[in-house]
Each structure stands twice: as structure tokens, then as C-alpha cells.
Design a protein around this ligand. Structure first.
Ligand SMILES: NC(=O)c1ccc[n+]([C@@H]2O[C@H](COP(=O)([O-])OP(=O)(O)OC[C@H]3O[C@@H](n4cnc5c(N)ncnc54)[C@H](O)[C@@H]3O)[C@@H](O)[C@H]2O)c1
Length: 269
């Protein structure tokens, strides 16, 4: 591969992926709106706002594969308008620029919050209709739909990663199911970038957690060869009693589903 582009490369996930992806391409282009620290010789740094006119066209030039991380990464990270601006407009501009530039493959950082309003305890796969738990989740449903469109209509290879809780270690009982370790996130990204040709895939970005409730993605995992090795269960003893309460415990989305909730939980099957 000539060139891999990572958007949002200065962020938490981007910083972990950088060393893991160093050798998968001739060059790795790192793009972010804020400064990217500690550039390495083989890395090309590119500062800019993805939502500004022409920026996506410029940054995707001569790129074969994109890992798209840039955006507002949580429900509380901005107003709904800010989330839609960064996440939906930015993602739209990137997909379209990628198509025009002839990018072959795009790996989209989706989120478990696309299914956040399913009831906790109920196993969820990748074929259920989306059920986002906030504006952030809606922005990720949009990104997955863009992926589906650009795969079907334009033949791009698209993998949507419904990332769980990306942290050094799980922080509460909910994350015993939805945690992804730094190492497994890196393994997942490398697998998606280096896999043989595929069409459209949806995978949960989670470790090999004993208590995992998100799944149904075995074929997609096999297609890219993702084999997670960490398990949140190793931290379970430390997290005994660290549970979500009230509405936060009722839905897969946890506290995000509970945020600003004015509905009737009994109506949500
Ligand atoms: N961290 C998690 O647990 C988690 C879980 C699910 C999904 N995700 C998704 O993964 C991606 C990366 O998450 P993260 O935790 O590294 O977030 P982060 O905020 O640390 O990184 C996102 C980066 O995107 C950049 N960015 C934002 N708007 C931009 C714009 N308009 N132009 C260029 N750059 C822009 C930010 O400067 C930041 O460096 C996000 O899309 C997020 O929604 C993360």
C-alpha cells in the first residue's frame, strides 16, 4: 500500500494506532485539526479542519486506505449542532473526497451507541435496526449508512467498527462487556487495513470479553482476521460494586441513554 490516511490522528485512539500502523504502508498521513505530537520520519503531518471547503479533497490525494477517527467522540462533547457538523458533515465530505480520489478502503470509527437504546442484558448483533441513544449515536448511524452507500454504489471497501469503551482498563460493570484494550484496538485496525478485499463489514470493536453482549460479527471478524486477546474479566474483581444505577443500567448505552431522558422506559421493548 502506498499511503494510509488516519484522520483524528492526534486523538486518544489515533495516538495508540500510530506505532502499530507504522509499517503497513509506504507512508502514513496523519491528519487532525490540532497539532500532532512527535512526528516520525515516515509520517506526513497534515493540519486542517475536515469540514472546511476543499480540505477533504486535498488530504485524500494519493491515499489508498483511510482510518476515519476525526470528530466529536461522545454525546457530551458538544451541542447536537456541533456533533452533526463535525461528525456528519465531516464524514460526508470525507467519503465523497475519498471516492473522487480513488481511495480503495475506508475504516469508519462507529460506536456502540448506534444500538444504545436496546435493553441491557439483551444480546445484540449487527443486523438489528439501529437504535441510537443520542445525537452522537445518530451521527454514527449516518456514518455507517454512508459506508453502506459508498460500498454498494461505488465499490469502496468499507469496515464500520462499533467501538466500545477504549481505555487502558475497564472502568465499570458495563465496560466488562464493552471494553476494548489498547492492544486489541491496534490489532483490529491493523487487521482491517491489511485484510484481503472485502465489500461492507460491521464489527464490534471490543476485546475478547467473557461478558460480551455485542456480537453476531463472526463472519466480519473472520474476513479481516481480527483475533482479540484481552478480556475485561481480568479486572472484574476490582470493579465489584462499580455499577451503573437507575436508567443508566437499563439500556446498552448506559449513562448516555439516560442523559436528558424524558420518555417512558416501559415503552422501550
Ligand atoms: N474512545 C472511545 O472509547 C470511542 C468509542 C467509540 C467510538 N469512538 C470513535 O473513535 C474516534 C476517535 O475517538 P477518540 O477517543 O480518539 O477521540 P479524540 O477526541 O481523542 O480524537 C478525535 C480527534 O479528531 C479531531 N477532530 C475533531 N474534529 C475535527 C475536524 N473537523 N477536522 C480534523 N480533526 C478533527 C480532534 O482534534 C481529535 O484529535 C471518534 O470518531 C469516536 O467517535 C471512540
Amino acid at each position: 500500500m502506498r499511503r494510509l490516511l488516519i484522520t483524528g490522528a492526534a486523538g486518544e485512539i489515533g495516538s495508540v494506532l500510530r506505532p502499530a500502523l507504522r509499517d503497513v504502508a509506504g507512508a502514513v498521513r496523519l491528519f487532525d485539526i490540532r497539532p500532532i505530537p512527535d512526528p516520525q520520519p515516515h509520517e506526513e503531518l497534515w493540519l486542517g479542519d475536515l469540514t472546511a471547503p476543499g480540505v477533504a479533497d486535498d488530504v485524500t490525494r494519493d491515499v489508498d486506505c483511510i482510518i476515519h477517527l476525526a470528530g466529536i467522540p461522545r454525546e457530551t462533547g458538544g451541542t447536537p449542532a456541533e456533533i452533526f457538523h463535525a461528525n456528519t458533515l465531516g464524514t460526508h465530505l470525507l467519503f465523497e473526497a475519498a471516492r473522487k480520489s480513488g481511495v480503495r478502503r475506508m475504516i469508519f470509527a462507529s460506536s456502540n451507541h448506534v444500538i444504545g437504546f436496546y435493553r441491557a442484558g439483551q444480546p445484540i448483533g449487527t443486523r438489528e435496526p439501529p437504535r441510537p441513544d443520542g445525537h452522537y449515536g445518530v451521527s454514527k448511524v449516518f456514518g455507517e449508512a454512508m459506508g453502506r452507500l459508498y460500498a454498494d454504489k461505488h465499490g469502496m471497501e468499507i469496515a464500520c467498527l462499533r467501538i466500545g469503551a477504549f481505555r487502558a482498563r475497564p472502568g465499570n460493570a458495563r465496560e466488562l462487556g464493552g471494553w476494548i484494550s489498547h492492544g486489541d484496538m491496534a490489532r483490529l485496525a491493523v487487521a482491517c487495513v491489511t485484510a484481503p478485499a472485502f465489500h461492507f463489514l460491521v464489527l464490534y470493536g471490543v476485546s475478547a470479553n467473557t461478558r460480551a453482549l455485542w456480537g453476531g460479527d463472526h463472519a466480519a471478524r473472520a474476513a479481516v482476521g481480527y483475533i482479540p486477546i484481552d478480556d475485561a474479566e481480568d479486572f472484574a474483581e476490582d470493579l465489584e460494586g462499580v455499577v451503573l444505577e437507575g436508567l443508566g443500567a437499563v439500556f446498552h448505552g448506559g449513562t448516555v441513554a439516560a442523559l436528558d431522558f424524558t420518555g417512558d422506559p416501559d415503552l422501550i421493548d
